[in-house]
Design a protein around this ligand. Structure first.
Ligand code: MG
Length: 299
């Protein structure tokens, strides 16, 4: 059975018919936040309920990178290649320096603790953009249950000054986020408060004029499931997590095709020597598929 569902014929050129969706590691509880380190030839990802950041490499397989991880969720790298992490347990965003020490990038807004930073991207100007829904403080499963003291918004932090600003305040529960290749557009997944009538869709904001997101029209509604983690490829197609795998959306928002994965997908990232491999975190397992596309994310 094919691992791919081709809806737009162009998607047939994005995938390789004989490339498997390969399970690389399993036995986790809820994996999230994959980030590729080409210089170290490894992938880091979170196993949130088990309070660990895991490391996988083609040579050495799976190992623990950091435990406890403060219930880390999403990760990315900054323009200098340093690891940027969202932590539920400490309700903060951190940077891991080259020597392994940890610098707090953001942990409060308006004098109150953040909720539970979920996912993060770094723009070419070095600013760090992250979503702050309340999932990590709702229960003790992925962090510590606590009162919500700030709204669920998207923040921008300027690391040099530690200035933190609200960039998007009209979403229910912002989650994954990704810029278009020219950074004129910002895509943000809204996973909602898990109530039946809540918005659960990907919106796209225009950032071209001032660098601040404007508009926020509905771009696509993932079905089945919801968009959690999202990534953009070098041609501007958006790849999104879904209940049945990974969906590929054209820049106009139409569904081009699917990579079918046997577990609920949380997040994805491009990696490998040509950024042509898609790493997929899906519930209890890490998967990888080689594509005829390459990722846009840095580095
Ligand atoms: Mg997420």
């Amino acid at each position: 059975m094919s691992c791919f569902e081709i809806i737009d014929p162009a998607f047939g050129t994005f995938v390789l018919g004989n490339a498997p969706v390969k399970k690389l590691a399993t036995g986790f509880d809820w994996v999230e936040g994959p980030v590729w380190f080409g210089d170290a030839q490894c992938l880091l990802f979170s196993d949130i309920p088990n309070n660990k950041i895991m490391r996988w490499s083609p040579e050495q397989g799976i190992s623990v990178f950091r435990a406890p991880s403060n219930y880390a969720n999403g990760h990315t790298r900054d323009r200098q290649g340093r690891l940027i992490s969202c932590e539920h347990g400490t309700r903060r965003v951190t940077r891991t320096e080259y020597d392994g020490s940890i610098t707090v990038i953001a942990d409060r807004f308006n004098g109150k603790p953040l909720n539970s930073p979920n996912d993060v991207v770094v723009k070419s100007d070095g600013t760090i953009w992250f979503s702050d829904p309340h999932y990590g403080i709702m229960t003790n499963y992925e962090g510590f249950a606590a009162e919500q003291e700030n709204p669920c918004v998207v923040y921008r932090v300027t690391p040099e000054t530690a200035a933190i600003e609200v960039m998007i305040d009209d979403m229910n529960c912002p989650n994954g986020l990704a810029f278009s290749p020219d950074e004129s557009l910002l895509y943000v997944a809204d996973t909602g408060r898990m109530h039946g009538s809540d918005p659960q869709h990907i919106r796209v904001y225009d950032c071209a004029s001032t660098g601040r997101p404007k508009g926020g029209r509905v771009f696509h509604k993932i079905d089945p499931g919801v968009a959690d983690g999202i990534r953009v490829d070098s041609e501007g197609n958006l790849w999104s997590s879904a209940a049945d795998g990974v969906h590929c959306l054209a820049p106009d928002g139409h569904l081009m095709g699917k990579i079918l994965v046997p577990e609920l997908v949380s997040n994805i990232c491009f990696g490998g020597r040509a950024k042509h491999e898609l790493y997929i975190t899906a519930t209890t397992s890490l998967y990888r598929v080689t594509l005829n596309r390459k990722g846009n994310q840095t580095p």
